[in-house]
Each structure stands twice: as structure tokens, then as C-alpha cells.
Design a protein around this ligand. Structure first.
Ligand code: UFG
Length: 339
């Protein structure tokens, strides 16, 4: 299949491109490199039929040319901004990238007659579910509490509204929306890793502290209504997440729109993650207690049973230390990321 991967130079998109190439698909990465890394694409180039186009997804003529020239069959749309805190500071930037960006992808698909999409969404669409909604099923009402979650929910609605319209008109549009929980780890073979600038995610921040690149790790909020007072998240290995994409892609059926949670089904507190990072790295890095970070919901972990039932997907790496160990191996070998 000829797959267009938006955001394919980014952390998750590059891992998807890697797997698609390894399984014999032709991949076209579209990325404006605002957050993605050209060096990640360079590592993918020897692995198969890969084209890279550096452009904003909103460049309609250019993107139309890409769809035509590469005879695209299916889109995996990863390209997005994904920092909760930043979205609170710069909401319009998030609506442009995540909502308007998805609009541009869907318009480009319509122009090109492409009818299949796997869309990267997020558990941030759920907001701060009440305790009876934990673990979170896909039926939990979406009530995002930050612009990031709202911009992704808007994008989801565009996908489902378009799918409804196509279905009503007898068209064969097919979409799967994957709501990721906290994606962690990296390619177990160490070819790709996580290299965000700026880095805000808990696991890489702990690993940077273990390497001495940061004086300490701040725990944002120790007064949440959780057993140890810190936020609880569901840390899913990126390789498992990519399994879910491949399974979704293969299952896309004309007229179908599906939404799945992709998580392990287990929650870990910030303190538990810090302890796991200390265990895996063998470094007892310093921790300080800091105020809550705006936009953070207290508890988010998945009930992933729907994707298990429908697609047979389940997270294979449910041991946090194993997931962190993959991230640590890459970080140790690439203390400055891809540079
Ligand atoms: N945290 C700290 N200190 C840090 C960094 C993070 O205490 O230095 C805490 C956060 O406050 C949060 C937890 O660790 O409670 C996880 O934070 P991350 O930034 O690693 O991840 P988020 O949960 O904020 O965000 C992730 C993804 C988003 C996704 C979101 C859903 O990055 O794309 O989960 O909430 F939408």
C-alpha cells in the first residue's frame, strides 16, 4: 500500500513509517520539520520506498501533487502539536495545527479521492473523567479541559462528520481514530528514539536527569486526590502503539468509522515513574516538588478492551521498566537526540 504519513519525522510518526517500510509498504512522509527531525527521516531512507516532502500540510497545491505523484492509498495523520501546557499558553497555534491541519488533510484526501485514514487522537479528548469513568472506555463523554484536547476533539469531529456524509451518499470512506494514552519507549532495535525540543514529557525528562543533563526533576503537583498525591497516567510502548496502527489499517472497512483507546489499561503515578526511571538507570537523580501544571487531569488510564475485541490488539509491553529500558538505551547512546 502507498501510505502518506503526516508528521512522519516526529517521534510517533517516524516509528510508524519504520514499521510500514519494514512490512513492505511505500511511505511518503509530509512534515514541516517544525517539531520533527530530518535525521529521523535519514535513518528511514535505506529501509525501503520512502519519499520525504518538507511542507506544511496546508500547502494545498503541493500536497495535491504529493497525493498524485505517490498514488496515495491511505493516510496516517500524525502531524500535530502535542504539549498540554503549551496549548494553554498558545491556544490558537494548537487550533491551527491540530484542527485546521486536519481539515487540510481531509480536503486533500477529498481532492485526491483517497478514502482511508488512521487518525492520531488522544486521551486528552476525555478531559478529567470522574472516578466512575476510570478506567476510561470510548463511551466516556469527551469533555476536554485544555486547548490541546479540544483541538483534537474538533479534528475527530471533522473525520466522523465527513465519514457520516460519505456513508449517507453511498461512498466508501473509512476511518479509525486512535486515542493514545502516554506514549513512551522507542524502537527496541534502537534505530529511532524520542527527541522533542523542548522536552516536556516525564520519562525523557527523568532520563535526562539521570544523564546529568538536568539538575533535577520537578513533580508537578503532589496534592491530587490519588494514592500518592501525583497524577496517574497509562504509559504505552510506542511499538505497541504502532501495532495498533497496522491492525487498524488492515481492518479499515468501507463506510466504517471506529474509535479506539490505545493504552495498557494500567495507571502509574508520577512518583512511580520516577522510581522506575531511577531503577532502570541506576541513578538516584534529584526530585523537587513543584506546583500543579495547568491543564493536567489527575487520573487517565484506558480500558482498552474494545480494540482488543475488534482487532485482537493488546499492549504486549505492560511492564513499565521494560518500556523505560528501551527509552534509556536510546537516550544513553544519543544524549543530544539525533544531533
Ligand atoms: N510531569 C511532571 N514533571 C515533569 C513532566 C511531567 O511531574 O517534568 C507530570 C505531568 O504533570 C503529568 C505526567 O507527569 O502528570 C505526565 O506528563 P507528560 O508531559 O509526560 O504527559 P501528559 O500526560 O501531559 O501528556 C501526554 C501526551 C499528550 C496526551 C496527554 C493526555 O503528551 O499528547 O498525555 O493527557 F494528550
Amino acid at each position: 500500500m502507498n501510505v502518506l504519513v503526516t508528521g512522519g519525522a516526529g517521534y510517533i510518526g517516524s516509528h510508524a513509517a519504520l514499521r510500514l517500510l519494514e512490512t513492505g509498504h511505500a511511505v511518503t512522509i509530509v512534515d514541516d520539520l517544525s517539531r520533527g527531525r530530518r535525521a529521523a527521516v535519514d535513518r528511514l531512507e535505506p529501509l525501503g520506498d520512502l519519499a520525504f516532502v518538507e511542507t506544511d500540510i496546508g500547502a494545498r497545491e503541493r500536497v495535491a501533487g504529493v497525493f498524485r505523484d505517490r498514488r496515495i492509498d491511505l493516510v496516517m495523520h500524525f502531524g500535530a502539536l502535542a504539549y498540554v501546557g503549551e496549548s494553554v499558553e498558545q491556544p490558537l497555534r494548537y487550533y491551527r495545527s491540530n484542527a485546521a491541519g486536519t481539515l487540510a488533510v481531509l480536503e486533500a484526501m477529498e481532492d485526491a479521492g483517497v478514502t482511508r485514514i488512521v487518525f492520531s487522537s488522544t486521551c486528552a479528548t476525555y478531559g478529567a473523567p470522574s472516578s466512575e469513568d476510570i478506567p476510561i472506555t470510548e463511551d466516556c463523554p469527551p469533555q476536554p479541559i485544555n486547548p490541546y484536547g479540544r483541538s483534537k476533539l474538533m479534528a475527530e469531529r471533522m473525520v466522523t462528520d465527513l465519514a457520516d456524509r460519505k456513508r449517507a451518499g453511498g461512498g466508501d470512506f473509512a476511518a479509525t481514530i486512535l486515542r493514545y494514552f502516554n506514549v513512551t519507549g522507542c524502537d527496541p532495535a534502537g534505530r529511532l528514539g524520542e527527541d522533542h525540543r523542548p522536552e516536556t514529557h516525564l520519562v525523557p525528562i527523568c532520563l535526562e536527569a539521570a544523564l546529568g543533563g538536568r539538575p533535577n526533576v520537578s513533580i508537578f503537583g503532589t496534592d491530587y486526590a490519588t494514592p500518592d498525591g501525583t497524577c496517574i497516567r497509562d504509559y504505552v510502548h510506542v511499538d505497541d502503539l504502532i501495532d495498533a496502527h497496522l491492525a487498524s489499517m488492515e481492518a479499515l472497512a468501507p463506510g466504517d468509522v471506529r474509535t479506539y483507546n490505545v493504552g495498557t489499561g494500567r495507571g502509574h503515578s508520577v512518583r512511580e515513574v520516577v522510581d522506575a526511571c531511577r531503577r532502570v538507570t541506576g541513578v538516584d537523580f534529584d526530585v523537587t516538588e513543584a506546583p500543579r501544571r495547568p491543564g493536567d487531569p489527575p487520573v487517565l488510564y484506558a480500558d482498552p478492551s474494545r480494540i482488543g475485541r475488534d482487532l485482537g490488539w493488546t499492549a504486549r509491553r505492560t511492564d513499565l521498566d521494560t518500556t523505560i529500558a528501551d527509552a534509556w538505551r536510546w537516550k544513553r547512546e544519543h544524549p543530544n537526540g539525533y544531533e
